[in-house]
Design a protein. Structure first.
Length: 278
């Protein structure tokens, strides 16, 4: 992160913007008048004043228990050693796995959900001063936010976004984006930027899994039957139309008999049995 302050920009295309952070470049040689006075008297203490800040690392500078600024750039830093404490944080990307979290969807059905969060720390002050431990803060807040988001959506739905989603549909990323946005609002004060969130596993709780399986099987059977009946009607209509085009003269009773036989054969769940009039 370059400069003393920056804007937090969300990971998705919506372009969500957070407030400017409070990090300022610290005065490392004279962070406090008392530190300057002591270091001037005891010049040998400067021998231990060289510190290294690694790549993808920042540090909050505390002088006599007070925040005096941050080290925002990597490399060798000459720091007044009198009364100065460095609280380093890593700004590299980190991941958090949420496994087998029990919650409820918006219909009240108990479910188990797992998720993955990719985040990074962007502010040493917020992460090392304003909260005790930014990573712990994220790991404690993420399950609560995930429960809240799961309560907004059904397990699955044909008409709108759902937790299960659907490959190639317009609702694929609705849940993940909502989860990212909600979690970003919660952890912003800890100096954390949420880059991406995903649901990695989803299942019904054991106490209702059998009932939900039967429901899904029934819905699948109804959907299949609707498709079969619709196709049977189309086939019967096309057959009658084709016979007329071939010059066959069909009475209304004959059409009804042909259509009835075709519907019976196509829609029946058993094999066709030949019958002969006696």
């Amino acid at each position: 992160m370059e400069g003393a302050a920056r804007l937090i920009v969300g990971a998705d295309s919506s372009g969500d913007q957070g407030e400017c952070d409070d990090d300022v470049q610290a005065n490392l040689c004279c962070p406090h008048p008392l530190s300057c006075a002591l270091s001037s008297i005891c010049l040998p203490v400067w021998l231990s004043s060289v510190r290294t800040i690694e790549q993808n690392e920042q540090a909050a500078v505390m002088c006599w228990g007070e925040y005096r600024g941050s080290i925002l750039h990597p490399g060798l830093q000459i720091i007044n050693p009198c009364g100065v404490e460095l609280r380093k944080v890593s700004t590299a990307r980190q991941t958090l796995d949420i496994k087998n979290l029990k919650c409820a969807d918006n219909r009240g059905s108990p479910i188990f959900v797992s998720g993955n969060v990719i985040y990074r720390i962007y502010s040493a002050k917020k992460a090392a001063v304003d909260v005790r431990n930014a990573s712990t803060y994220v790991s404690e807040q993420a399950p609560m936010v995930l429960r809240k988001v799961c309560a907004k959506f059904p397990y699955e739905s044909r008409e709108g976004p759902s937790l299960r989603g659907g490959q190639g549909t317009m609702h694929d990323h609705v849940v993940g984006n909502d989860l990212r946005k909600e979690l970003q609002e919660v952890v912003h004060d800890a100096g954390v930027e949420i880059i991406k969130t995903d649901l990695t596993d989803l299942s019904y709780a054991p106490e209702i899994a059998a009932a939900m399986l039967q429901k899904q099987q029934a819905e699948a059977m109804i959907e299949a039957r609707e498709l079969v009946v619709q196709s049977a009607v189309d086939i019967s209509s096309a057959a009658i139309k084709r016979m007329r085009e071939k010059g066959h003269q069909l009475t209304p009773q004959g059409e009804e008999r042909i259509i009835g036989n075709l519907l019976t054969v196509i829609c029946g769940d058993r094999g066709v049995q030949t019958t002969l009039p006696v």
